[in-house]
Write a protein that binds this ligand. Structure first.
Ligand code: HEC
Ligand code: HEC
Length: 297
């Protein structure tokens, strides 16, 4: 039942510590314990050295089924209002009839499309680097989940990066994070703080007796602004990687038909119509939170 149908209810979380709770995997080949010696891992919950890892893994077949995604990607309100329907749409789709799953389109080698065959749809690759050593290659499922959403918040704060953000309660001397969220929000990355160009101009102007930029206390020194910039450069690379993937999903969802000119006049411009085509067989386009999705062509 669970493998194909939507269900709603409480999702139980297993209580306990990391080592004693089995990790769930859709992979039948469970070789967790064999790897412990090779990767400096430990299944001891005490203070023994080694990166902690679950003692056992348990096979969890539903994880690779569409219904697994449907537990969240079908949102019904208490009054019966259907807010998001990705899964219900999928259930009536050509993809579902052909046995193509959400995972096939959203976790494979392409973002938002299936290659047409389950083998080539996933690459064989190392899924993690553990203590500096890559794990042996196996079926690689991409967990980026790009979609129409994109980040609108300060790039120091997102993507999550523990070298960037320090908790307010943490000691700055021992924390890995450079600044608190509050401090990042005062870092004007758009003005170019910490870049070679900005710092050079600033230095030259001040040397000539010009006004110093009124930096907040946290970013007063050039060295701190440069540290922040080094982190931001990496953040922008990640955001860029995401935006490319996002573009791919959307291109696999929206195709345009021929442009038909209805009326062309010298003074009033051109009136035209263009067909917007749903290019995916997975569900509607738009899908998901369509109530708040506006598309500009
Ligand atoms: C525990 C709940 C949960 C499960 C299970 C889940 N998702 Fe999501 N998913 C979310 C939330 C929350 C978001 C972010 C909010 C949003 O964009 O709707 C999200 C975002 C996404 C996005 C990006 C959407 C965007 O707007 O950019 C895609 C694509 C996606 N999920 C696909 C899947 C697929 C495929 C599966 C199954 C393998 C899955 N999800 C399972 C909760 C879930
Ligand atoms: C045949 C390929 C295919 C299948 C199968 C498929 N999708 Fe998609 N999905 C796409 C494409 C292409 C888009 C981009 C179009 C869009 O944004 O509406 C997309 C967009 C999405 C989004 C982003 C919409 C939003 O508002 O956040 C979510 C979430 C999502 N899919 C979830 C799912 C889930 C859950 C399933 C399975 C029940 C599924 N998809 C099955 C191709 C597919």
């Amino acid at each position: 039942m669970f493998l194909t149908e939507r269900f709603s209810g409480r999702l139980a979380l297993d209580k306990g510590n990391l080592v004693d709770i089995p990790v769930s995997t859709p992979n039948k080949d469970i070789r967790l314990l064999e790897l412990i010696g090779q990767y400096n891992l430990s299944t001891n919950s005490g203070t023994e050295s080694g990166t902690k890892i679950h003692k056992t893994a348990s096979f969890f077949k539903p994880m690779s089924s569409s219904a697994f995604c449907g537990t969240c990607h079908d949102v019904l309100l208490y009054n019966g209002f259907r807010l998001e329907e990705a899964f219900s749409e999928y259930k009536r789709s050509p993809a579902a009839r052909k046995g193509i799953t959400c995972q096939d389109c959203h976790m494979g080698v392409q973002h938002g499309a299936f290659t047409g065959d389950k083998e080539s749809n996933y690459k064989m690759d190392s899924i993690a680097v553990v203590n500096g050593k890559p794990m042996p290659p196996r079926k690689f499922t991409n967990h980026m989940f790009p979609g129409p959403d994109h980040s609108v918040i300060h790039p120091g704060i997102f993507p999550h990066n523990d070298e960037a953000v320090r908790d307010e309660a943490e000691d700055p001397a021992t924390s890995k994070g450079l600044a608190t969220i509050r401090e990042w929000l005062t870092f004007d990355h758009e003005a170019g703080w910490g870049t070679k160009k900005f710092e050079k101009t600033e230095w030259k102007r001040v040397k000539k007796g010009g006004l110093r930029t009124p930096f907040p206390k946290r970013w007063k020194t050039r060295a701190e602004r440069q540290k922040a910039r080094r982190i931001l450069d990496k953040q922008f690379e990640l955001l860029d990687e995401y935006m490319k993937a996002r573009d791919e999903v959307l291109r696999n969802g929206f195709h345009l038909g021929e442009v038909k000119v209805i009326k062309a006049t010298r003074n009033k411009g051109i009136e035209f119509a263009v067909e917007v085509i749903n290019a995916t067989e997975g569900h509607g386009v738009l899908t998901g939170f369509i109530g708040e999705r506006t598309i500009f062509l």
